[in-house]
Design a protein around this ligand. Structure first.
Ligand SMILES: [Cu+2]
Length: 174
């Protein structure tokens, strides 16, 4: 069973790596409308329609004569207070990589823009593994598995590895 356990661990690392490489997404905030105060985009609705994960990238596309991007605290976000931002971006085409789980808040620092709705609350969640069966439940089963079930488990593991490998490779193809 030790061999199987090490395989499982390898597997989880492999999967995390694979997902990290092939599943990282780039989102242009507000899609084609970009980062604007003109009311074309409901940023809360936009954010709610996405699933953000660690490693994903946000792109803020805007005219930097009229807007900027300030990463705010939750209080700053709620009060539209841009006086003490965590980070300020002013390029007009700013990319922000989501580095940790939880909420990350952005507002526009120009007067009235945040109040007009140019603010966004991004919730970064951990990826849900929809493809793999949970290997931990199998390994935590009582000891003394019969030879048959052990063989079956190992066979299953290789099969799953093959499927995942194919999945990852197909991910790279896009
Ligand atoms: Cu603005």
């Amino acid at each position: 069973m030790a061999f199987d356990k090490s395989m499982v661990i390898f597997f989880l690392i492999f999967m995390a790596f694979c997902r990290g490489v092939s599943m990282a997404a780039v989102y242009q905030v507000g899609d084609s409308a970009g980062w604007t105060s003109m009311g074309q985009v409901d940023y809360q609705e936009w954010a709610a329609s996405k699933n953000f994960h660690v490693g994903d990238t946000l792109v803020f596309n805007y005219n930097n004569h009229f807007h900027n991007v300030k990463q705010a605290t939750q209080q700053g976000f709620e009060a539209c207070n841009a006086t003490s931002p965590i980070t300020t971006y002013t390029n007009g085409y700013d990319t922000v990589t989501l580095e940790k789980l939880g909420h990350i808040y952005f507002i526009c620092g120009y007067p009235g823009h945040c109040e007009a709705g140019q603010k966004i609350d991004i919730l970064v969640s951990s990826p849900t593994s929809s493809l793999s069966p949970p290997p931990s439940t199998q390994t935590s089963e009582p000891t003394e598995p019969s030879t048959a079930s052990s063989l079956y488990f190992r066979y299953n593991l290789y099969w799953t590895l093959g499927v995942l490998l194919a999945f990852c490779l197909s991910g790279f193809a896009y």
